[in-house]
Design a binder for this molecule. Structure first.
Ligand code: CAA
Length: 293
């Protein structure tokens, strides 16, 4: 069945090689998923050897886990490891049909990345972004071919979460959108079409819910109480464990984007902002403190 709003699948272009910009946690999880489900070469790029090595190393470690669980054979594991490679230059994307970025959540950084990618790829190559909240219209404003920009928003952990938000920018054409849906189907994700609106759908809802828990702590509710206040709802994770998984900096960034768009509906916790600015990586209880000082 065609997902609501998806164009005719016949318009989809074939994807024979994927490029992933960034080799962080989301990017390396995505690279493995593309290699496993599309069975095509996937090239990761990042700024330096250390980051790239870490990303490719993460992919190999995840493949070893799949092998240990019997989810892939030894042959498949070797093939998967061979399919995912790293490159320090984006020239490796020259023959890619689908390039996705998962770099720092900052408009100017993403625009720069896409300018560099557009200089090497063919005009038919889809440019996808894993942004969780930024405007695609703004991201694609300087592109030569903004019609091939599309949002392709995964959820953490990428291998496990079934949902994929496919974001249509005002400029996105039907062939690009159809290709995005076809790739989503090959990845065995449940794709939903969402508008190019601040934080799309999931993060807008999630930020409201997390914002209320954080506001309760800011207003004096003990952390332990807030952390366990939702235990009986049957959620898979407690709020601060989820914040830890998503990353406090990402959560804060989404809250700031929503606050800028809808100041009356979304607040930004000053304590969260301080915590992120302090650079403390761990927030999971019992170490969690919303007051980093
Ligand atoms: N990478 C790969 N696989 C992972 C994984 C990871 N990081 N974390 C868990 N898994 C796998 C495990 O290997 C296990 O697989 P098998 O069944 O094959 O063994 C399976 O997931 C279940 O894991 P566990 O048994 O260890 O733990 P669990 O049952 O408690 O599930 C969870 C873990 C799937 C993360 C679950 O707690 C969950 O669904 N949490 C909610 C996550 C969520 O809401 N994510 C969305 C965040 S919002 C976001 O990402 C968007 C954004 O833009 C900010």
């Amino acid at each position: 069945k065609r997902p609501a709003g998806a164009p005719d699948a016949a318009l989809a272009r074939k994807v024979t090689k994927v490029g992933v910009v960034g080799a962080g946690l989301m990017a390396s999880q995505m690279a493995l998923l593309f290699a496993r489900r599309l069975e095509v070469p996937v090239v990761l790029t990042d700024l330096d050897e250390a980051r790239l090595g870490k990303g490719v190393g993460h992919v190999h470690a995840e493949v070893d886990k799949l092998l240990a669980k019997g989810r892939v054979s030894a042959d498949q594991a070797n093939r998967l490891k061979g399919l995912v490679t790293g490159s320090l230059t984006k020239d490796a994307f020259a023959d890619a049909d689908f390039v996705i970025e998962a770099v720092f959540e900052e408009l100017s950084v993403k625009r720069q990345v896409f300018a560099e990618v557009e200089a090497v790829v063919s005009p038919g190559c889809v440019l996808a972004t894993n942004t969780s909240s930024l405007s695609l219209a703004e991201m694609g404003a300087a592109l030569e071919h903004p019609e091939r920009l599309v949002g392709f928003h995964f959820f953490n952990p990428v291998a496990v979460m079934p949902l994929l938000e496919i974001v249509k920018a005002p400029s996105t054409d039907d062939a690009t959108l159809a290709t995005a849906f076809a790739v989503g189907r090959s990845l065995k994700k449940s794709s939903v079409l969402v508008k190019d609106a601040p934080a799309f759908v999931v993060n807008r809802l999630l930020t409201r819910f997390m914002g209320e828990v954080i506001a309760a702590v800011d207003e004096g509710t003990p952390l332990e109480t807030a952390e366990h206040s939702l235990d009986d709802l049957g959620l898979p994770m407690t709020p601060f464990a989820l914040l830890q998984l998503v990353g406090p900096a990402v959560g804060l960034h989404v809250a700031e984007t929503l606050h800028a768009a809808f100041p009356e509906r979304f607040g930004v916790s000053a304590n969260m902002a301080k915590l992120v600015a302090s650079g403390k990586p761990g927030v999971y209880l019992p170490d969690f403190s919303l007051d980093p000082e």
